[in-house]
Design a protein around this ligand. Structure first.
Ligand code: SF4
Length: 202
């Protein structure tokens, strides 16, 4: 299990994104940033207009050096959208990319709670505080490449299993389909008619 760094060793930078009106139209990012300033381990917290833009990334990279940050938290959109962006940005500034954590205050907050600005602000603070708390336990990681044998086994020769096996085979992966019964087809093979053509299932 990851170990929390001693408080005096933590230097967390926190960035609260406006994303135009996507976030700033519902909550005040500057208020969340000011609030985050007082959380344990945080040495720098600020709002930023577009965190993923060049200007936003440059701010983070410069702050890593200026404030000697060893953790970065970006409160913005989903990890699916920009986790790789911010990991790459912190790596360019010399920080291990896995010491960056994101809070999703857009899709999971301002987009979902636009009708309740007060509640959205509270949730944005909670999500940011959670990401900061998690950042305290992050450890630097190293990416490695390992050889993979391109061979797959699908267990169950019903319709789903057959489809999966065919998809894998179409991708050039040697595939073994395992079925405990003497025939494949599963429940589907037991039907004598299928809707809407009323054809035999096999
Ligand atoms: S980081 Fe995400 S939330 Fe911020 S401006 Fe870019 S897309 Fe919008």
């Amino acid at each position: 299990m990851a170990e929390q760094k001693p408080e005096d060793e933590l230097r967390i930078g926190v960035y609260i994104c406006h994303c135009g009106s996507n976030i700033a139209g519902v909550i005040d990012p500057a208020e969340v940033a000011e609030w985050a300033t007082h959380l344990p381990g945080v040495v720098r917290a600020t709002d930023t207009l577009y965190a993923c833009a060049d200007s936003g990334q440059t701010l983070i990279k410069e702050d890593i050096k200026k404030y000697n940050l060893n953790r970065v938290v970006v409160s913005a959109c989903s990890v699916r959208m920009h986790e790789t962006t911010f990991r790459a940005a912190v790596a360019e500034a010399g920080l291990n990319p896995f010491l960056m954590e994101m809070a999703n205050i857009r899709e999971q907050c301002t987009w979902a709670h636009g009708h309740d600005k007060e509640g959205a602000l509270k949730k944005a603070k909670d999500l940011t505080a959670s990401a900061i708390a998690k950042a305290r336990f992050l450890n630097p990681l190293t990416m490695i490449k390992v050889p993979v044998t391109k061979r797959a086994m699908v267990i169950g020769g019903g319709v789903a299993g057959i489809s999966a096996a065919l998809d894998l085979a179409d991708q050039g992966i040697e595939t073994i389909l395992v079925e405990k019964e003497p025939t494949i087809g599963g429940v589907m093979a037991q039907l004598n008619k299928t809707f809407p053509t009323m054809d035999c299932s096999i």
